[in-house]
Design a protein around this ligand. Structure first.
Ligand code: NAD
Length: 414
């Protein structure tokens, strides 16, 4: 299997031919593509902290700043044992593409620490967060690079990092981090933003295909932040969510599920009332399959079992390139992660805007501002799907990479 960053570069190569039709100066285009195959900056450091038992421990840490032609770098910080330089580069590239897909004025970046945070106490986690913030302070900031939470990091960790950063620079700078708790300048509506953005995209797809919301059934893999909010809000929008799962298995009822009731039971009992496996969920006879858990959920062996007519990628990277080939041949549309889950970074952008102005919006204002961004991103891509006769991912990459390259050319970088 290709490494994550090799897959990312392959996705870039797949749109070069389409882009050649857009630029008279092919040399500039190819120079820009060459620049887009590597990050602008890559920082690394071993973070040394004292453990509660008095011993010292060291954790490799990274910050990858991919491209900032369209605006400050923007990307989360991941604490996970599988973090690697290759993964950082791929995720930072995908952030660059995602921000361009929804047209928000950011480039892309990503950071991470190779650590199993579940093995650390809260005090050790705080020391690690403080060390990471010290490491990145010289090269992040509201107009430089704006970090946010990612896998295994959250609002509390952003709060600890913000405190370290502000102490170092000697001034308040809430716009230096997003995904903060509301009390420190976080945005209303951020928690559900990724799920809500996905529902807006699905509604536009349904309109474009002249389908009826009420007739469509959905299966959702994953019951975390993204899966829960997507399923709940899709149900409220009139779709029938027939199945949902977490890592232990799934629950299916073709008549439709009450997501809040399931969440209550899960909270009380610690697990779902399981009647199907995760593999069975992927092959259910539903209209829309929504992977909202992990990377590589849909691979070559299980892609051929998929009966849904649409895969809406709410997780990052849930479909391998080989699986996508199989889905394409079967006539199954795939709405890519860089569009489907971009509601999260869009509300992070709203958080940054509010912090810069020191003026805060209600949840209703946030949701109202999110909708036109998601719907016009979908409609731009739908137009490119029709004009270029390309699948959704290729159309999204074509538009996004063109926006990035246009900015690089305007700046005279090529
Ligand atoms: P989370 O940790 O809150 O939830 C993950 C869920 O996946 C959990 O319910 C877990 O039980 C489930 N899961 C794990 N392994 C599984 C398996 N094998 N089968 C079925 N379910 C499994 O994470 P999240 O924030 O909901 O993120 C989910 C995905 O969405 C990730 O790929 C993440 O990168 C992406 N994403 C998240 C956001 C956001 O705002 N949270 C934004 C963009 C993209």
């Amino acid at each position: 299997m290709l490494s994550a960053f090799d897959s990312a570069k392959k996705q870039l190569d797949q749109v070069v031919l389409l882009l050649e039709g857009e630029y008279q100066d092919r040399e500039k285009l190819h120079k820009a593509i060459g620049l887009l195959k590597k990050p602008q900056n890559f920082y690394r450091k071993a973070l040394k902290i004292k453990l509660d038992d008095g011993k010292n421990a060291s954790f490799p840490a990274f910050r990858c700043q991919y491209n900032n032609a369209r605006g400050p770098f923007k990307g989360g910080i991941r604490f996970h044992p599988n973090v690697s330089e290759d993964e950082m580069k791929a995720l930072a590239f995908w952030m660059t593409v995602k921000c361009a897909v929804v047209g928000i004025p950011y480039g892309g970046s990503k950071g991470g620490v190779i650590v199993d945070p579940s093995a650390l106490s809260s005090a050790e986690l705080k020391r690690l967060a403080n060390k990471y913030a010290e490491f990145i302070t010289p090269f992040v900031g509201p107009w430089i690079d704006v970090p946010a939470p990612d896998v295994n990091t959250n609002g509390q960790i952003m709060a600890w990092m913000l405190e370290t950063y502000e102490k170092k620079i000697g001034t308040h700078a809430p716009a230096a981090f997003t995904g903060k708790p509301i009390a420190l300048g976080g945005s209303q509506g951020r928690e559900e933003a990724t799920g809500l953005g996905g529902v807006f995209v699905l509604e536009e797809y349904v309109k474009s295909k002249k389908l009826k919301v009420k007739s469509l059934t959905i299966a959702v893999q994953g019951f975390g932040n993204v899966g829960y909010w997507f399923a709940k809000l899709a149900g409220e929008a009139g779709f029938r969510v027939a199945a949902i799962s977490d890592s232990s298995g799934g629950i299916y009822d073709k008549k439709g599920l009450d997501i809040d009731e399931i969440a209550k039971i899960k909270e009380k009992k610690g697990s779902l009332r399981i009647n199907i496996t995760n593999e069975e969920l992927l092959g259910l006879d539903v209209d829309v399959l929504v992977p909202a858990a992990l990377e590589n959920a849909i691979q070559k062996p299980n892609a051929k079992n998929i009966k849904a007519k649409l895969v809406l990628e709410m997780a990052n990277g849930p479909t391998t390139p080989e699986a996508e080939e199989i889905l394409f041949k079967a006539g199954i549309d795939v709405i890519p992660d860089v569009l489907a889950n971009a509601g999260g970074v869009t509300v992070s952008y709203f958080e940054w805007v509010q912090n810069l102005h020191g003026y805060y919006w209600t949840k209703e204002e946030v949701d109202k501002k999110l909708k036109p961004i998601m719907t016009s991103a979908f409609n731009d891509i739908q137009q490119a799907v029709e004009d270029k006769k390309a699948p959704y991912r290729k159309a999204a990459y074509f538009l996004a990479v063109k926006r990035i390259i246009d900015a690089m050319i305007l700046r005279g970088r090529v």
